[in-house]
Design a protein around this ligand. Structure first.
Ligand code: SF4
Length: 97
C-alpha cells in the first residue's frame, strides 16, 4: 500500500509546518506534493526577524526563498514531503480548527 493510500484516516487533519531555520527553498516539497500544498516564496522582514543567527545566514545565502504552506487543507498526510526534504525542515502537525 502506498503512503497516499494509507493516510486517508488523518487526511485533512494535519498539515506540514516549515522550520524556517532549516528550509533552503530547494523545492523538493513543491515537486513531490500531489496536492499543491506548497509554493516557494520570499521571507518577509517579520519572518526573518524570528530566525536564529544561523537561520538568517542560511536564508540570506538562498535569497530568502523558502517553502510556504499555501494550501494546508489539501494535505493528505502522505509524508512524501517530510521524507524527501533534504534539510529535514518539514513536520506534519495537527491543524488548528
Ligand atoms: S504530507 Fe503529502 S499531501 Fe501533505 S503536504 Fe506533504 S506531500 Fe503534500
Amino acid at each position: 500500500m502506498s503512503n497516499i493510500e494509507s493516510c486517508s484516516d488523518i487526511s485533512g487533519r494535519v498539515a506540514p509546518v516549515v522550520d524556517r531555520n532549516r528550509c533552503e527553498g530547494k523545492e523538493d516539497c513543491v515537486v513531490v506534493c500531489p496536492y499543491n500544498v506548497f509554493e516557494i516564496g520570499t521571507l518577509s522582514k517579520s519572518d526573518r526577524s524570528g530566525l536564529t543567527v544561523l537561520g538568517k545566514l542560511k536564508a540570506w545565502a538562498h535569497g530568502n526563498r523558502q517553502a510556504f504552506v499555501v494550501n494546508p487543507g489539501a494535505c493528505h498526510a502522505c509524508k512524501l514531503c517530510v521524507d524527501i526534504c533534504p534539510e529535514n525542515a518539514l513536520t506534519l502537525r495537527p491543524r488548528s480548527s
